[in-house]
Design a protein around this ligand. Sequence first.
Ligand SMILES: N[C@@H](CCC[C@H](N)C(=O)O)C(=O)O
Length: 288
Amino acid sequence: MTRIAFLKGHGTENDFVIVPDPENAIDLSPAAVAALCDRRAGIGGDGLLHVVKSAAHPEAAHMAPEAEWFMDYRNGDGSIAEMCGNGVRVFARYLQRAGHATEGDLAVATRGGVKTVHIAKEGDVTVGMGTARLPEGDVTVSVGERSWPALNVNMGNPHAVAFVDDLAHAGDLYAAPPFSPASAYPDGVNVEFVVDRGPRHVALRVYERGAGETRSCGTGACAVAVATARRDGLDPAATGTPVTYTVDLPGGTLLITEDPDGEIEMTGPAVIVAEGEIDAEWLESVAR
Ligand SMILES: N[C@@H](CCC[C@H](N)C(=O)O)C(=O)O
């Protein structure tokens, strides 16, 4: 029986199946990814980190001179996303563990561009997430009878950030919260529900596009920090002073700093919990 190596990891309990495949030789169709991420019939994960050399992937070859490795990120339903903030920390932790990276700064290619990750020997990992875009346009997010205005924040991937009185008002989040206008997010959106916890301290729940409600979302935490800073009248570009928010998620806490040049840094844990082998015949049988 042919076997394919995998690992399992998480960042603030946003969990991933990791498939090392330097030469991009494994056919990871959307169906194969969804089967691997299935929590009952597969390994289980909010998403999958396909670890490929940039030079070996058509979407990343142009980044190869800057970043040897490409994070080919997939959502748990098999769809493709531009960026995953928790995933890129876990990706870097895997590269360190596998001996492909040492402590210090590491450039990682993603669909959202090249990100610089700072890896310590153990403990937290910090990643430069780039800048946030705040596309114009009013958006409303609903759950049952309740609805809220939401701020549009793009971290490479789309987010709608809604401030609520109580995180329980987001309900059971078994389905994607409807938004309007329907044209606001042609490719879907990640929705964050946010409450205040104290000065520069918030908590959130998130419904992730392609995964459902998850225990954490790194790009979501960055979007929330930027949205909250603007709501609070804090703009590092205007004051020349960095702003840091503590963001509590169901699975842990992330620290998000926005610099005066708009660059956002995220710090949080990245843990590898297991490694094993996938039965290649099973994968083949579920791949189509
Ligand atoms: N969990 C991720 C975000 C993953 C992608 C997202 N579901 C999307 O479709 O945009 C994170 O930590 O940022």
